[in-house]
Ligand binder design. Structure first.
Ligand code: HAM
Length: 424
């Protein structure tokens, strides 16, 4: 028997309501902030991610689904959404539009990771990117958008963590201070951190190993090494967040896993969990568009995994509406009644009602049992008499009362009933 590949999941019908709920909240928030949807291909030239995300990142080193296609081109299944958005921005001349260009996307993301709770090899992101404006007011806007999304879903006890990791002017000085500090502790660090020390010292602060925690706690802080421009950016961002009453904490440990970040980085985390459960993460990437061959163009955005949001909606027992309303089921006896019932079903659907025709070749009783088993709200029962009189018997499945209505009135009758219930 075949199974879904490791680290992937089937989204069964009973799961769908959580996903639709999260998607609708995301699209609603984006609409209110004036963000427009962008869809990019599921695969891109591998070089886009090597250049954009950074050669030394975990994504490029060990997580990309990269392969040579039949024509000999090196392509990669999208391991993140920011580099493709910037590629599209450049390719379609979006720099000539009013800046910043505000975009959002829903897309599958592929990373060859070790699967565990909340971590998949294919996951799905809601992401936003505001490209073309370097002002901290945009950082505040993007953070506010992400915070509104998480809150609107009904999730509580979330924390927003922000940090500034500087820019190419001040980061080298900070990295040097970090290396000097860590140099003395090298033999005490975990294996991974010894590698990070050489390749990507910022990531030392991201280590989850117990033995490395004390070193992280007293490590030099990026916010103490910011150049004047970054310091002013950071100061203004925090002032805007205060102004907007968005509660945040700052943490020098927050560095994020992609190389393109400059200045602001941020994450939204659920209650009592480590970094791997981050619900939403992002930051500024002022060098990325240029790295991809474009003119200097600032940008900021975030990505948020639907799987993790849904996990938390369930954990926090957030009430999520059903996707499908309770159906009307057409119950029919005999071939003529079935034909008559098919016509009624078509008419009811035109009025937007959800209608299921009970399986043919079964007794009336069996069809009524079927109607109960699919949680029908009403059954429209049609037999010889109804066919002859051009009527239908509407059975309220909750209280077993039954009323007869002329065929021509059935739709209006049911729409009124269902409409009343949905209203109150
Ligand atoms: P990221 O932190 O790698 O950032 O991913 C963003 C979010 O995707 C995470 O916070 C998490 O919710 C979800 N996520 C990541 N990996 C997995 C996984 N293996 N399984 C389930 N969910 C996962 C980015 O991808 C950046 N492109 C975000 C960004 C946009 N920065 C600026 N603009």
């Amino acid at each position: 028997m075949f199974k879904a590949p490791r680290g992937t999941v089937d989204l069964l019908p009973q799961e769908q309501r959580y996903w639709r709920y999260a998607e609708q909240a995301a699209a609603g928030v984006c609409r209110r902030f004036g963000y427009q949807r962008l869809d990019t291909p599921t695969f891109e030239a591998s070089g886009l991610f090597v250049r954009g995300v950074g050669e030394q990142t975990d994504i490029v080193q060990k997580e990309m689904y990269a392969f040579e296609d039949r024509g000999g081109d090196l392509v990669t299944l999208r391991p993140e959404g920011t580099a493709p958005a910037c590629r599209a921005y450049l390719e379609h001349g979006m720099s000539s539009l009013p800046q910043p260009v505000r975009l959002y996307y829903f897309c599958p993301i592929f990373r060859y990771e070790r699967p565990q709770a909340g971590r998949y090899r294919e996951h799905h992101q809601f992401g936003v990117e505001a490209i073309g404006d370097g002002d901290p007011a945009i950082d505040a806007e993007v953070i506010q958008l992400g915070w509104s999304y998480a809150r609107e879903l009904g999730l509580g006890k979330l924390s927003l963590v922000v940090n500034s990791i500087g820019d190419p002017a001040c980061r080298p000085g900070y990295l040097q201070a970090l290396k000097e500090y860590y140099g003395a502790y090298l033999p005490h660090l975990c294996q991974d951190c010894r590698g990070r020390y050489e390749r990507n010292p910022l990531r030392l602060l991201d280590c989850k190993q117990e033995r490395c925690q004390p070193f992280i706690a007293s490590a030099p802080r990026s916010s103490d090494y910011l150049c004047d421009a970054c310091k002013e950016h950071w100061r203004r961002l925090l002032a805007y967040l205060d102004l907007l009453s968005i509660p945040y904490t700052t943490s020098h440990r927050l560095v994020r896993g992609l190389d393109y970040y400059t200045r602001t980085v941020f994450e939204i985390q659920p209650p009592d969990e480590g970094g791997q459960s981050t619900l939403l993460g992002g930051g500024r990437y002022d060098g990325l568009v240029q790295e991809l061959g474009g003119p200097p163009t600032p940008g900021i955005g975030f990505g948020s995994g639907f799987e993790r949001m849904v996990l938390n909606l369930k954990r926090q027992e957030v009430r999520v509406p059903e996707v499908l309303p309770r159906p009307v089921v057409i119950v029919h006896s005999g071939p003529q009644a079935l034909e008559y019932g098919l016509g009624i079903a078509a008419r009811l659907r035109k009025e937007s009602l959800t209608v299921i025709v009970a399986p043919a070749q079964r007794s009336l009783r069996a069809q009524m049992r079927y109607a109960s088993s699919v949680n029908a709200r009403y059954a429209v029962v049609v037999g010889e008499t109804e066919v002859r009189q051009r009527t239908g018997s509407v059975r309220d499945m909750d209280n077993a009362s039954q009323e007869e209505a002329p065929e021509a009135d059935l739709a209006a009758y049911l729409v009124a009933k269902v409409g009343l219930e949905q209203a109150g």
